[in-house]
Design a protein around this ligand. Structure first.
Ligand SMILES: [Fe+2]
Length: 132
């Protein structure tokens, strides 16, 4: 176990489906497996984890990788993309291996729209749409 890389250890020991910001991944005995998880922000032009999102006629379209899509394989994947609209509506779409990490949310629009994505290796990412 000591020879395992930390990220692989976290992936194998922690239920990524339930990760939220503020969590510290822990083993069954309570030992921390990594640092506190925070939502990361980056330039969507340069980082394909950022769930780049645009408004469309009937809702929003989000994709991990504005230009080139992030992989979705059994080993390394975008687990989901979610939208939080006006701090009230929460929509989440889960990906399966082989999917492209992009989704069309056919939902009512809001004023404040935040997209979040979870990569099993590279943690949580966030993108906020510019306010109109
Ligand atoms: Fe990743």
């Amino acid at each position: 176990m000591k020879n395992m890389k930390p990220r692989k250890m976290i992936r194998d020991k922690f239920n990524w489906w339930e990760v939220v910001a503020g969590d510290v991944p822990r083993d069954k005995d309570g030992t921390a497996l990594g640092r506190e998880i925070k939502y990361l922000r980056a330039d969507p032009d340069k980082n394909k984890h950022v769930p780049y999102t645009v408004e469309v006629a009937d809702g929003y379209e989000s994709r991990c990788g504005k230009h080139e899509l992030h992989m979705v394989t059994e080993e390394h994947f975008i687990a989901y993309i979610e939208l939080i609209i006006d701090d009230r509506w929460h929509h989440r779409f889960y990906f399966k291996a082989g999917d492209e990490p992009k989704v069309h949310f056919q939902v009512p629009k809001g004023k404040k729209v935040i997209a979040r994505a979870l990569c099993n290796f590279d943690s949580l990412w966030e993108y906020e749409l510019p306010v109109k």
